[in-house]
Design a protein around this ligand. Structure first.
Ligand SMILES: [Mg+2]
Length: 237
């Protein structure tokens, strides 16, 4: 474990790592299916929504506003253009609610960030994909902003963005530790460039992010965010 002693920067995913995000999307989807119930069962409408989101990904990217456009497009599609404006307005309101989700940090997050910051051993960064304004607002609402030296918001998190992140932090890949809930976006690309990773799974996962579990010599699996303290602070004290 002392191989982690070379770590100079820790980058944190935001959604479903620092605070809950996905359960709000699932709740919106459930309500959207109820609004559209005369046009099909929830499973069929959800499946159609996912296909719409995937088809829109290249143009719209990730985030609540992209999701809202896909909700509306899907409503028009599943109703064969028959949906009325009142229902579109209800769906827009649902989508907009995602711009105001509370971003309340998970248990142990703030205490752990404070302790990590107090060590003065690491640069701390938020590294999240999505819409700039939405992610900035969530960070502000979370109250966690003072703990971070850098906030990096990107349209996607693939290997190139991790290389760019290392350049921004002025570190080598092997000096970076990425912490997140997604094996696909937070763990795999970080490992692939030579960085370290901590996976902290959340109870729900957007199906676009799901990949099979795997093991790796530079990957740590944790159950709780606060366990980072044992991994990164206690071992060195
Ligand atoms: Mg996440």
């Amino acid at each position: 474990m002392d191989t982690l002693s070379d770590i100079k920067a820790i980058a944190f995913d935001a959604d479903d790592t620092l605070w809950d995000n996905e359960t709000f999307f699932l709740e919106v989807e459930k309500n959207m299916c109820a609004i559209l119930s005369e046009y099909g069962d929830a499973q069929t409408i959800s499946k159609s929504l996912f296909a719409t989101e995937m088809a829109n990904m290249e143009d719209y990217g990730y985030g609540a506003m992209a999701y809202t456009l896909s909700l509306i497009e899907n409503a028009i599609k599943v109703s064969n253009g028959k949906i009325d404006a009142d229902k579109i307005a209800q769906i827009m309101k649902l989508g907009r609610s995602l711009l105001h989700l509370n971003a309340k940090p998970f248990d142990g997050v703030e205490e752990t960030l404070r302790k990590l910051k107090n060590t003065k051993r690491y640069q701390l960064a938020v590294f999240t994909k999505g819409e700039l304004l939405t992610q900035e607002h969530k960070l502000q609402r979370s109250g966690l902003l003072p703990y971070f030296d850098h906030v990096v918001i990107v349209s996607d998190k693939q290997e190139q963005q991790y290389i760019d992140l290392c350049n921004t932090l002025n570190i080598k890949p092997e000096e970076l530790l990425m912490v997140g809930n997604s094996l696909k976006s937070d763990v795999l690309p970080a490992l692939n460039i030579g960085a370290w990773a901590v996976h902290i799974p959340y109870e729900v996962m957007w199906q676009h992010e799901v990949i099979d579990d795997f093991e790796h010599s530079r990957l740590f699996q944790l159950n709780q965010f606060a366990e980072l303290q044992q991994l990164l602070i206690d071992l060195k004290d």
